[in-house]
Ligand binder design. Sequence first.
Ligand SMILES: [Fe+2]
Ligand SMILES: [Fe+2]
Length: 170
Amino acid sequence: MGIFSKDIMTMEDLFIHGLRDIYYAEQQITKALPKMIDLATNRDLGTGLRNHLEETKKQIERLDQVFAKLGEKPSGTTCPAIDGIIKEADETAGEVADKAVLDAAIVANCQSVEHYEISRYGTLIAWAEELGRDEVVRLLTDNLNEEKAANTKLNTVALRKGVNTKASAA
Ligand SMILES: [Fe+2]
Ligand SMILES: [Fe+2]
């Protein structure tokens, strides 16, 4: 958005802006996840993050399809929210000395990312429906469902696959 002009005039503009925001966010997530995968010690956590990295790449392809269906060029716009969440995750990762505690920190930080994505996709689906853009609702819903599943898997890893227990014993 420019300083001297307001680029978002209509709900349609706001919708496209939201798509560009999540497009940028998904790309930053594909860059950040490999670092988290390298740092993870718990096997279930590592596997879960690797699977979600592959899902994230497919989510970007779905967003490409969304832009195509809307007749828009796929492009991202800087999303300070995801940049902040990733920055904080990197900073904590650098500050946690114990490997088991680091796993608990990685789960928590990844859940922040998933919750951000869940809120964004939820909004975009509601706006797409309101704007009569039914052709993109399915694609956005597929992404939303993967984010929800990823968040649930992180819960399982933390609570039932030993991450929190081991971290607390460290
Ligand atoms: Fe995603
Ligand atoms: Fe995600």
